[in-house]
Design a protein around this ligand. Sequence first.
Ligand code: ADP
Length: 542
Amino acid sequence: MNGLMMSQQLSISSIVEHAERVNGNAEIVSVTADNPRHRYTYQQAFARARKLADGIATWGLAQGDRIATLAWNDYRHFETYYGSACSGYVCHTINPRLFPEQLVYIINHAEDRYIFIDPDFVSLAEGLVEECPGVRGWVVLTTAERMPQTSLPNVLCYETLVAAGSEAFQWPELDENAACALCYTSGTTGNPKGVLYSHRSTMLHAYATMMPDALGIARKDVVLPIVPMFHVNAWGNPYSCPMAGAKLVLPGSKMGDGETLAALINEEKVTMSAGVPTVWLGLLAYLKASGQRVESLERIVVGGAACPLSIMEELDTYGVQSKVGWGMTEMSPLGTVNASQATRENYSEEDFAKVRLKGGRQVFGVEMKIVDDEGNELPWDGEAFGSLKVRGPWVCSSYFKLEGSDAHAEEGWFETGDVATIDPDGYMAITDRTKDVIKSGGEWISSIEVENVATDHPKVAEAAVIGHYHPKWSERPLLIVVRGPEGKDLTSQEMLAWFEGRIAKWWTPDAVQFADELPHTATGKVQKVKLREIYKNFAFPV
Ligand code: ADP
């Protein structure tokens, strides 16, 4: 027998309707290329999103078509999220830090029809146009007066588009399983893969992030997402904040700038923030140098990479509570949050230092398990470590346009590529990765591509690159080289110089170590886990 309750669709346009009714006066404050402090309300934001949607409706797109963004965190990007997705299109957020070849691949694979770009990215876009024939038009996120000179074909000005639209635009009824957003992850080997979020998954995830032991977002909060809106929807903040009625502070392109972040926190009275460890290092360095404090900031969630204890302890001295979170693009991204702070008094100082570094406990809605190489489930004893698998309504079931071909090793579970322990209290701790990638300052570096360039060097017999602890970037690439017969005189300097012009500067390894041989598996693959063990005491020169 079915229950007799309404089966209203979980669509993100309901966030708009709710926020307009009850949270209309809460503010969104943004740093943009043309205004250091743009300020308006949710009511105004959503009125403009409707006008934008009215403009988009004249483009003749089909439901489900992709509208992409190459943009920083600001109010126009926020409006584009809603204007596109609530109209039944898919908002595809693209990471502008990728190389042009990767951008071209992603745009073509996603079949993006229109791309909204910040003025900063106009020349980047001009370099892509020829290779992206499927893109019908480009929208520059600026005013008519500030429209840059550009050779982009079919280029529109965002503010002109919005001004021409009607506020009376009505959102269509959407199926909750319809796609609303798309984000590519280059976190695995091979080409980037698209994670296609649905209205339902996005709504459930946003609800979950608001729970007290998750991000705990309430009406009284002022939230500063320092995680980019092009990276997993800024961890859901653009949805959860209007749901809760929290004030949203968007730092534009200034996410790495400690001074701007401190000013935003102090002037806007930010209470909660989220970002990768590197961001907190930048903020802490600025606070130390300037002698400023961040009195309003109560708590932050730090994730995306392992957080050093020193960052958490330094934040303690500023009265900022830091919670580790773990997740993935494929998980919308929230998986676990470490709410151990709530029970700090239950631990000795030493045990607390250990437990607070863990990834934390699964948020309701996410199930986790750890398995050995044969797929047998391992105990939650805090000792046994194995491959971490997850499932839940906001976990990816297949990648975009790879349905069927990328079946996970075990039906119904997503293989995260992380290796973890889980203790009897349910605290998960990442111990290693099976996926062959490096994460520097929250952004992926493909080890395979770096290795391919290294082995092209005539003096190199074999090369492997591993992610290795770095105090500023969490991880940086360390290159291990076996010299070839002609390479007896190969030096680190010569090796590193080889990367110039062949690879993005920030993908270039920070150091080289020479070895007589590399450890291999029976099938001839380099054993990265073993390599990481061998070089665990290596320290990058800083
Ligand atoms: P995000 O950066 O939002 O977490 P990505 O998909 O870019 O999402 O990266 C996910 C991967 O980042 C995880 O599989 C894991 O390897 C790493 N990661 C995320 N959070 C943590 C954490 N708290 N500690 C260690 N590694 C983490």
